[in-house]
Write a protein that binds this ligand. Sequence first.
Ligand code: COA
Length: 209
Amino acid sequence: MKIVIANESHFKYAEVICDTIAESARVRGTGIAKRTPEYVQKRLQNGNAVIALDGDKFAGFCYIEVWGHEKFVANSGLIVHPDYRNQGLAKMIKKEIFELSRKKFPNAKIFGITTGLAVMKMNYELGYKPVTFSELTNDPEFWKGCQTCKNFDILTRTEQKMCLCTGMLYDPSLNTKEKEKEKEKVNSKTFTRLKSIKESLFLKKKTTS
Ligand SMILES: CC(C)(COP(=O)(O)OP(=O)(O)OC[C@H]1O[C@@H](n2cnc3c(N)ncnc32)[C@H](O)[C@@H]1OP(=O)(O)O)[C@@H](O)C(=O)NCCC(=O)NCCS
């Protein structure tokens, strides 16, 4: 299995990517923004997508979409072919596309909207936090993508405030600070624990000896 940054040589996979996305949404009974092969080909072409291939066979895909003049990017369209699920492939693809996003758009906030528990779990592990839609891009082009989702009426009714999808956001500025804080927390916690282990060990020994 290889996971590579996509290019024009992968155009032939555009159709199977669209079909797999549409069929998976049908099976799950959830809404999904519809993608055409032309739409996918554009993403394959601009170096903003990764594709997983098992030899010549399509195994998985995900792409970066840029919104609000590069203030935001989304990692969208994650799909793993049913033949390759539950082997950790989505996790690898997510990691690749996340790293590519950080490299190409280091100052952009990375976000996604999803109804999928698997995606929520993977996003959380990468440092995303659940947020209300007000924290996401207000670029109308992004929200237009929801028009082909079967739950679009909910989004319209709530004036784009909420829907069945959960919004998740990785904020690079916040995450650096947060990571430092987290490190401090972990260190102090570890230190306290170590101290109490030592105390119980040594103090006990002292009293029994
Ligand atoms: C969702 C999907 C991408 C997962 O692909 P995968 O390669 O099977 O996922 P992985 O094996 O890498 O698993 C990643 C994590 O998600 C969990 N997971 C996978 N499928 C899951 C499911 N259906 N429900 C809940 N958790 C799931 C795994 O247990 C794993 O978590 P862990 O590390 O805590 O064990 C794949 O099932 C798919 O393409 N589904 C249809 C399209 C879709 O739902 N895309 C997301 C649209 S927002």
